[in-house]
Design a protein around this ligand. Sequence first.
Ligand SMILES: O=C(O)c1ccc[n+]([C@@H]2O[C@H](COP(=O)([O-])O)[C@@H](O)[C@H]2O)c1
Ligand SMILES: Cc1cc2nc[nH]c2cc1C
Length: 343
Amino acid sequence: MTTSSPPPSATFMEMRAVLARLPGPDEAARAKVRLRQADLTKPPGSLGRLEEITEWLAAWQGSSEPRCRRPRVCVFAGSHGVVARGVSAYPADVNTQMVQNFVSGGAAINQLTAAIDGDLRVYEMDLAHPVGDFTQGPAMDEARCARAMAYGMMAAETGIDVLCLGEMGIGNTTSAAALCLALLGGQAEDWVGPGTGVAGAALERKIETVRLGVERHRAVLDDPLQVLAALGGEELAAICGAILAARMGRIPVLLDGYASTAAAAVLQAVDPHALDHCLVAHRSAEPAHAALCARLGQKPLLDLGMRLGEASGAALAVSLLKAACACLDGMATFNRAGVSGPV
Ligand SMILES: O=C(O)c1ccc[n+]([C@@H]2O[C@H](COP(=O)([O-])O)[C@@H](O)[C@H]2O)c1
Ligand SMILES: Cc1cc2nc[nH]c2cc1C
């Protein structure tokens, strides 16, 4: 289940080339689904966001018969140098230990993936070599960041109906907060929250770390990919790569929590339409996630007070996609069922 073949080499130039030719939606497929929805035995719009979901799936799968039979759940695991500054409630060793737990089937994401008949893949980045502490220098150089993006691209294989993207990375809510501050502005405290559970002095250290990091890298703030390298992590770069490859492969994407959404914000900063094939699956309990989603124009599908990461919210939201497809496939039309339309 863990995929750790040597990452290919890549450059930002190649990533920029991909970003410059992102395919658009299939509007004919979307329109066909909208027409069918109007014919089904229900008042128009009464299935609410389930109707929107089928139209979105159709537009991005490029098919008027959207499917959610083959969901893939991806957990990208990366290690962060800022952990040494005391910004997390857990030690960095938990990354490797949790990867082992994913492999043994003992994590929440194993159960949630099984519940949706999904295919779980764990992409282990270079956990033994954390990315740099971004208050001291860039977290990654361009080559490491681009390689992580290319690694993430491998997740989007043909035949997958929807890609769920999540992460495992002690310290990555600090990185996510720094990305948000760098890309969206405001104050460090607007974007910093408890993560795995820091409070008091540790929370103050986390805020200061984010403030210092963004200040240190102010020279690159106008270039989102350089921001990703400076303040991100390998798992966050891999998520960016997976989002891009999914778009090229016509695979709709469900984004998980705060760190996954912050990674995605990098791409939206390059192109405001780069995330049109993505939905945020749930609103994380991490306080800044709501503001981040609002800034990206995203309305999370679920709000269950979850803040686990590891793609848990994304996997859970697949059930909604499956239910939406089942209604579109299985419901009778007014005509077929002999049900009267509106007076
Ligand atoms: O998904 C979320 O919104 C979320 C919120 C808080 C924590 N997490 C998970 O906890 C880890 C990051 O928290 P921290 O405190 O170490 O920065 C990382 O492994 C995430 O998957 C995840
Ligand atoms: C135990 C644990 C499990 C996780 N899964 C995703 N992030 C996590 C962080 C911790 C600390």
